[in-house]
Design a protein around this ligand. Structure first.
Ligand code: NAD
Length: 733
């Protein structure tokens, strides 16, 4: 069985149909490329063939390159992986260039065979790059179809000619949303953006493509860049308009990426340098930059975490082997901020929802949150009126626990209070079926303690969402001491239904994500107490690729929540509590009513509408800035290690069982520098030995919280890496 099949019809149109056996979506492999090459040769050499149509045997066209292939090439290349990657990339260019020139005479540009691409549905990455090499692109008008080049989102850029072709088709500025932001467009928008030429009814797709192939003239199949006097749309770099574009683009990319994403810079360089030379040289330049990006450890770490491992976790890499546990009816207890969000994402995924609160009005308000979100979706043209009706009809807002009859899953999101939670657990368990699973969304209370209120602790589990529920992609599943495999499978199947990414961790204070975020925030506040310039703290974080500095983050999550957590932690830890210096500032801010963004006052100052104006100038008066300021790198090491060491300790303690979950969870849960691939990938990039040296320096200067964990020290001695030691597919502990 092959990935592509070849057939020629009575009219002389050769059809290459992409249909990778055993996969729901086509992905490009080395073998696939070789088949395309051979089939194109055959079609061009056969006088009976008048033209070519490339299409797919599936509902979609392609998901992109099989990213495992790139990893394999690098692994198998021995001494010179860069050469192997470059050669592979260039061989792809040759195949697509052959398709594009289609046998025409290079001088007269006559005699080529027209090539059309017929896209039945979604196309990404190399799929779109193949389409761009064709002479005309037809896409079926299917509501779910999207087309684009999203490589940048996993730390790459379109390196199969997409960067060079698309920027030459529409100009650098117009190409930016597709190339630099990885935007996927629906067929109509894609036509507007020049990615495709015609949107046709699905039933007419092949007929239209063939019709065009049979009627196309010589001039219709010569690409602008193969014609004399080609000029880059929007201007090449030394054209006045082009000059403006490139200067602006450079600044914009740097502003957005802080210079930490190698792919964005490389993409821009490939477009800039490519725009000044002929097309074939530009492809060569693109291949060189692409190779450079592939050789950068950041790209492999991003591909591993954001693509391969994220997908593996979503597909149930750590799911116990028990039968399908998909949820049919979920009961959500507490219709506040979290409960309302959980109800929405569940109903949106087709699950029947019973949303309970203490008062009918509160339950209704919770349901209204779904209506608000659906209205917003309608305004953006993403949701139809029928869909809104349908989703809302699935949510029953009530105070009556009897409505929970028949629920196979409960998610509790009432006040963060042991007694209140125990009360609703008993009330719900009195009505739900024997086999139902009870989950709590607590963020701070131990699952094993909450399970004591349950009659069936092996069916009791933590399902911890992040706020806002509809936007945040991570869900932390927490096993209590007695939680059984069916409960874990249920939680995982539920998370899969609502299309989020799960990690499964063991029960310990703050579980995984909050355990790492809190020290990050605290280190930032501690530095304010020491007299470090607050702007230095915030910029040190954003320059590392964190979406928010620690002071902005605590403003967003709210300072009173910080106070609450600090008090509870202190009560639990007693004398061992390490954060007294942090609390002084936190409590003082809370006393002054500076509770963060929601109070329009916090570490930052805000305008009337809650827009951030800048760091609060009263900070310096209360906590004077020292005359001697630390080096930027020193501040960055503190902020980074505060989180990373906590992740390592979570692994050491057995809270984390799989480093893949530690990395994916960090990026999706709190935006941990995505370019690094996550805390464990970052440690592998800098090496355990260097990490220990940084820790030793920080421990000496700032105290025991930076002491290198034993695991890290041992790994440094043994010259090990996390992914080497714990294996990308193996469980860690
Ligand atoms: P919230 O105060 O917005 O909502 C709690 C809701 O529970 C309220 O509507 C309240 O009326 C209702 N409630 C209280 N007692 C009840 C009872 N006996 N029966 C029925 N309903 C009752 O709180 P929230 O922010 O939605 O948090 C809920 C839970 O989620 C807490 O355990 C919290 O720790 C956890 N959590 C919160 C966040 C966050 O960012 N806010 C994130 C993750 C987890």
């Amino acid at each position: 069985m092959t990935d592509f099949t070849y057939s020629v019809d009575a009219d002389g149109v050769a059809t290459l149909t992409w249909d990778v056996p055993g996969k729901s979506m086509n992905v490009m492999s080395r073998e696939g490329f070789a088949q395309v090459s051979e089939m194109v040769d055959t079609a061009l050499a056969d006088d009976a063939v008048k033209g070519i149509v490339i299409t797919s045997g599936k509902e979609t066209f392609a998901g992109g390159m099989d990213l495992n292939v790139l990893a394999k090439i690098r692994e198998e290349a021995g001494e010179n992986p860069a050469q192997a990657l470059f050669d592979f990339t260039m061989s792809g260019h040759h195949i697509l260039r052959k398709l594009e020139r289609a046998g025409m005479d290079p001088k007269t540009l006559k005699g080529g065979k027209p090539v059309a691409c017929a896209l039945p549905g979604t196309s990404a990455g190399i799929g779109t790059e193949i389409a761009l090499a064709c002479h005309r692109r037809f896409m079926a008008d299917s509501p779910k179809a999207k087309i684009g080049l999203p490589e940048i989102l996993v730390g790459l850029f379109p390196g199969g000619g997409g960067t060079t072709r698309y920027s030459r088709m529409v100009g650098a500025m117009a190409a930016a949303p597709v190339l630099l932001e990885g935007k996927m467009l629906d067929p109509k928008k894609a036509k507007g953006a020049g990615l495709i030429d015609e949107v046709v009814a699905p039933g007419e797709l092949l007929a239209k493509a063939k019709e065009w192939v049979l009627s196309a003239a010589d001039a219709d199949i010569v690409k602008p860049w193969d014609q004399k006097g080609f000029k880059m749309p929007g201007g090449a770099p030394y054209h006045p308009a082009g000059f403006m574009t490139f200067v602006g683009a450079n600044a914009m990319v740097h502003g957005k990426t802080q210079g930490v994403y190698p792919a964005a810079k490389a993409l821009l360089a490939a477009v800039y340098e490519g725009a000044m030379v002929d097309f074939d040289t530009a492809l060569r330049i693109e291949a060189r930059w692409f190779t450079k990006v592939l050789m950068n450890p950041s790209s492999s770490a991003m591909i591993r975490s954001l693509f391969l491992n994220k997908e593996a976790l979503e597909k149930g890499a750590n799911r116990p082997d028990v039968p399908d546990q998909r949820v049919k009816k979920v009961g959500v207890l507490g219709a506040g901020m979290m409960g309302a969000g959980i109800a929405y994402v569940s109903a949106n995924a087709g699950i029947e929802v019973v949303l309970i609160d203490a008062a009918q009005e509160a339950a209704e308000r919770g349901k209204a949150h779904s209506a608000d979100l659906l209205d917003k979706g309608m305004k953006r043209g993403k949701v139809t009126a029928e869909k809104k009706e349908e989703v809302l009809a699935r949510i029953t807002a009530t105070t009556d626990y009897a409505a929970l009859t028949g629920c196979d899953l409960i998610v509790e999101a009432v006040f963060e209070d042991m007694k209140v939670k125990a009360g609703v657990t008993a009330k719900a368990e009195a009505v739900i079926p024997e086999g139902a699973i009870f989950a709590t969304n607590t963020s701070t209370l131990p699952i094993s303690d909450l399970a004591k209120a349950s009659k069936r602790p092996e069916q009791f589990i933590g399902i911890h969402f992040f706020s806002p529920v509809d936007k945040m992609m991570l869900v932390e599943i927490i096993k209590g001491k007695e939680t059984g495999p069916v409960a874990v499978a249920k939680a995982l199947d539920f998370v899969r239904q609502i299309r989020k990414t799960p990690i499964v961790v063991n029960d310990a204070r703050f579980f995984y994500a909050n355990r790492c975020i809190i020290p990050y925030i605290n280190e930032g506040i501690r530095m304010v107490a020491e007299g470090v310039e607050p702007a230095l703290i915030e910029h040190a974080a954003t320059l590392l690729g964190f979406p928010l500095g620690p002071l902005q983050l605590v403003d967003e999550t709210s300072i009173d929540l910080g106070v609450k957590i600090a008090k509870a932690t202190k009560a639990a830890m007693g004398d061992a509590y390490p954060d007294g210096a942090v609390d002084k500032i936190l409590f003082a801010m809370a006393d002054q009513g500076r509770l963060g963004r929601k109070a329009k006052a916090g570490f930052y100052a805000y305008d009337e509408k809650g827009g951030r104006l800048g760091l609060w100038d009263g900070l310096g008066a209360a906590w004077p800035v020292a005359a001697d300021q630390p080096e930027l790198t020193g501040v960055q090491h503190r902020l980074m290690m505060a989180q990373v060491l906590e992740a390592v300790r979570a692994l050491e303690d057995g809270v984390l069982e799989d480093i893949r979950e530690g990395d994916v969870g960090a990026i999706l849960g709190w935006g941990f520098a995505p370019w690094s691939g996550g805390p464990f990938s970052w440690l592998d990039i800098i090496g355990a030995e260097r990490a220990v040296a940084i820790c030793d320096g920080l421990e000496e200067a700032h105290g025991a919280r930076f002491a290198a964990p034993k695991l890290l020290r041992n790994m440094a001695k043994a010259g090990e890496t996390f992914y080497g030691r714990f294996g990308s597919g193996a469980r860690a502990a």
